[in-house]
Design a protein around this ligand. Structure first.
Ligand SMILES: Nc1ncnc2c1ncn2[C@@H]1O[C@H](COP(=O)(O)OP(=O)(O)OP(=O)(O)O)[C@@H](O)[C@H]1O
Length: 257
């Protein structure tokens, strides 16, 4: 297996008016090509900071990040990011939003349209292509953001709480959607979430971070097979993973209370 992302001895310190904050301490992690890794941890433990450093939106204080053997020193088309705040362009339609990154890559109009059409269908937005974000529900906007991230076909997709703003039902539909898309055409995905079930259902490995400073506390390999469905949540194996992860997170939360 080849390594997609390699994080070596990454630490991050923020300098603020009220003092220094050590957000990350000595993070070491190798994510394999086409692996799905979820990152769990208590609020403020550094999950987003780690993802932003991998995305090149933030610099580390020490250590290095490599993506397919290239040192990360800023954002790049090899790494796509989808955030909880949909960050859609309000003046662009659903299709135009999805096509945006493709246009930046100078992909011709016909190919752009074809790719956008494919992802509009995959995320269940057929018929809504010409609407503007203001005419969409939160769940629909989130699907557009996901479609845009996938349509760009980056080598690595970085998802920061992508379903965090959604209600439970929509969230579950979106999880299943992402699961189906990933099972049909696997790619390297790192996803930050607060939702233990979401982390386990989707990932090959769940990384649990400890807080203050953020360190990797535990890495759990999730052996639930590659054909997971919604019903996987009801299996004994799944519940066993949930119990293990919940206990670690509970003990971490207790430390900061
Ligand atoms: N730009 C910044 N300036 C100063 N401190 C920051 C900055 N960004 C994050 N921090 C601090 O770094 C630590 C980690 O923050 P981060 O947002 O990465 O945590 P998180 O695990 O993603 O939290 P949450 O789950 O609540 O979103 C926190 O203590 C936070 O206050």
């Amino acid at each position: 297996m080849t390594e997609s992302i390699v994080v070596t001895n990454v630490s991050k310190q923020f300098h603020t008016k009220s003092g220094d904050v050590q957000a990350l301490k000595n993070i070491n992690l190798a994510v394999q090509d086409k692996e799905f890794v979820s990152i769990l941890g208590t609020s403020g433990c550094g999950k987003s900071t780690l993802l932003r450093i991998i995305g090149g939106l933030e610099t580390s204080t020490s250590g290095k990040i490599e993506c397919h053997n290239r040192i990360v020193d800023g954002p790049g088309v090899d790494r796509g990011m989808v955030f909880q705040q949909y960050s859609l362009f309000p003046w662009m339609t659903v299709s135009q939003n999805i096509e945006f990154g493709l246009k930046q890559k100078n992909i011709d109009k016909d190919t752009r349209k074809k790719i956008a059409k494919k992802y509009v269908r995959l995320v269940g937005l057929k018929g809504f292509e010409d609407l503007y974000p203001k005419n969409l529900s939160g769940g629909m906007k989130q699907r557009v953001a996901l479609a845009r991230g996938l349509a760009n076909n980056p080598e690595v997709l970085l998802l920061d709480e992508p379903f965090g703003a959604l209600d439970m039902q929509t969230r579950e539909v979106m999880q299943e959607l992402l699961l189906n898309i990933w099972q049909d055409s696997p790619k390297t995905i790192m996803m930050v979430t607060h939702d233990i079930e979401e982390a386990i259902l989707l990932a090959n490995r769940v990384v649990i971070m400890s807080s203050h400073p953020g360190e990797i506390k535990e890495v759990i390999e999730i052996k639930l097979g590659s054909k997971r469905t919604f019903e996987t949540r009801l299996t004994e194996e799944f519940l066993r993973y949930k119990k293990i992860a919940s206990e670690i997170i509970r003990s971490e939360s207790a430390k900061i209370m």
